[in-house]
Design a protein around this ligand. Structure first.
Ligand SMILES: *Cc1c(COP(=O)(O)O)cnc(C)c1O
Length: 558
């Protein structure tokens, strides 16, 4: 153990924050008493103790260096079952067991090596990746300030900054007039959106608003929030409330329908066209069918801007036309694709998003924020009134607190991280990352096409693509195979691709994920495809070649 750090030398003797050297001699003697309590709460004022705290920060910032530099390591080298055996103790120790330095060191030495290095440029399987390093500093400062943006009394200026950041992103999406933003940016009676814990709760919030707006006051019914869904449906002669989304919809919508009491069978799945975007003819047909039913209400139609599996984007303009004509809430799930709007080259792919009623964007995806931030935006600055809440002790009626219009209660000031990041990166900085991802994915697709043993299944519209390994022998056979023969050949290919993905993951150098898709919409079966998401600016074409080479090698060794 290096003695250059983790020696905490605040004045006084042994306790929670006692140094290692001391601890070694006095193991078991860490004690929790008033003195030690003071030591962990009182910020160090003298030079020595400040230095010590800085050392701990250094330990965190640079101690993970090795971890972040190695390969991916999602291996089963130590299986989850084996790992779990080391984490069976469920007792909380009476006495302090470790000081801060030790705890940090344990995390660096024992825990990080068994975690997944999502920062590796060889990790191209999921929507989680390397972060700009300043995010660590920004996360630290939000923790140091520990503001709670649920209300003004625990956040003050942060509540104002949150409004400003929300307005900036709202403007990026909806491009309303200067006057509109001047009227709303700091208007405490309206809300342009809300920060959430992720895309799931953002979608949930949007569906919550959409559901409530379906049931306006009528007779002795005032609102769903007050009278409940059952009365709403009775008073409004409704049997069923549905949400329409394509087959590529994210399962958070199903969770939303569960929580909102709609039932997830009432998420009506619309088929996709061969390019995996929603089939709008089928969408129109289903809307007509539902209208015939009479007692069914459509809460929302959801367009996807960057589908989780394929990265594909629904025809948002056409969907907006349909929603406008049918007077249906149009939600765009841009959890993944939203930040594309910052790219001058690719923003046009999201054309039509400005006509949505609500939009979800994840902060912890392509805004490259640390885990735990989503956002939901509403074109109408009064839309969130449909879910406004008041608690006597927190936010009184007429309150200007942000917590009255969010699903979450207490929240960290994630706005500070996004605001700072937008300042540090600028739209151009973000565009560099976004353009790199899309262009590298396109180059990757060409590489896949050029290799005789690979088949590109979904070409990248954004920075996500799927493909599979199809050995030459299968290629020949598939050319003429029909019906059951074709299905069986594909099942064999599924086996091969599952094994390749697994073995590559086990080797711990690279990681692509896998999912199942229909090759053509008419198929009654799905095939296994390898999925890659390219968002790390250090994922180069050479790395992608390595990954394909490795997959080929694995196949030939099978
Ligand atoms: C990731 C994602 C979500 C869910 O977001 P979480 O942050 O994981 O809750 C929803 N929709 C789409 C399209 C996504 O890609």
């Amino acid at each position: 153990m290096s003695s250059s750090f983790s020696f905490f030398s605040l004045p006084g003797n042994s306790t929670w924050t006692q140094g290692h050297k001391n601890l070694r001699k006095t193991t078991g003697q860490l004690i929790a008493d008033r003195k030690s309590l003071d030591r962990v709460f009182i910020r160090p004022e003298d030079e020595n103790s400040k230095k010590t705290l800085v050392k701990y920060m250094e330990q965190i910032l640079f101690g993970l260096h090795d971890f972040l530099n190695r390969n991916v390591g999602v291996t089963d080298e130590i299986s989850l079952t084996e790992l779990a055996k080391n984490y069976m103790d469920v007792e909380i120790s009476d006495h302090p067991q470790k000081n801060l330095g030790q705890v940090i060191e344990d995390i660096i030495k024992d825990i990080a090596p068994k975690a997944v290095n999502v920062a590796s440029p060889y990790f191209i399987g999921h929507m989680t990746s390397a972060l700009p390093f300043f995010m660590v500093h920004l996360k630290a400062i939000t923790a140091a300030l520990n503001q709670n943006v649920i209300k003004m009394e625990t956040s003050k200026v942060l509540a104002v900054i949150e409004r400003q950041v929300l307005a900036k992103i709202h403007r990026l999406i909806f491009k309303q007039s200067h006057d509109f933003y001047q009227a709303h940016v700091q208007n405490t009676r309206t809300a342009l959106g809300a920060f959430t814990s992720g895309g799931t709760t953002a979608n949930m919030t949007a569906m919550w608003v959409a559901r409530n707006r379906l049931f306006p006051p009528k007779d002795d019914f005032s609102s769903i929030e007050e009278d409940g869904l059952f009365k709403a449906m009775r008073v409004h002669n409704t049997d069923r409330v549905v949400i329409l989304v394509s087959r590529r919809g994210h399962y958070s919508l199903r969770k939303a329908s569960g929580i909102l009491g709609l039932g997830n069978k009432n998420i009506i799945i619309i088929d996709v066209k061969p390019d995996h975007t929603i089939d709008t003819d089928k969408l129109k047909q289903i809307i007509q069918d539902l209208k015939q039913e009479g007692r069914t209400k459509i809460a929302a139609i959801v367009g996807i801007a960057g589908a989780t599996e394929t990265g594909t984007i629904d025809p948002l303009q056409e969907m907006a036309d349909i929603c406008e004509q049918e007077q249906i809430h149009f939600h765009v799930d841009a959890a993944w694709g939203g930040p594309i709007l910052l790219s001058q080259t690719y923003a046009h792919l999201l054309s039509g998003i400005e006509r949505a009623d609500s939009v979800t964007i994840d902060g912890h995806k392509q805004f490259y924020m640390p885990m735990g931030t989503g956002m939901v935006y509403f074109k109408n600055a009064l839309a969130l009134d449909a879910i406004a809440y008041h608690a006597r002790y927190v936010n009184r009626k007429g309150s200007v607190d942000l917590g009255i219009k969010t699903l979450e209660g207490s929240r960290e000031a994630a706005c500070l991280i996004l605001d700072a990041s937008l300042k540090i990166m600028g739209a151009k900085g973000y565009a560099l990352m976004i353009d790199h991802g899309i262009e590298t994915a396109k180059a990757f697709a060409e590489k896949i096409d050029a290799r005789p043993e690979f088949e590109l299944v979904t070409p990248p519209v954004l920075n996500i693509l799927t493909y599979r390994l199809v050995p030459m022998v299968f290629r020949q056979k598939l050319k003429t195979a029909r019906g059951q023969t074709r299905k069986h050949l594909n099942q064999e290919l599924d086996e091969i691709n599952i094994r390749i993905q697994r073995i590559q993951r086990e080797a711990g150098k690279s990681f692509v994920s896998r999912t199942r898709l229909k090759l053509v919409p008419e198929d009654d079966f799905m095939v296994v495809v390898l999925r890659s998401v390219i968002m790390n600016p250090y994922t180069t074409e050479a790395i992608l070649d390595d990954i394909l080479d490795e997959q080929e090698q694995i196949y030939h060794q099978l």
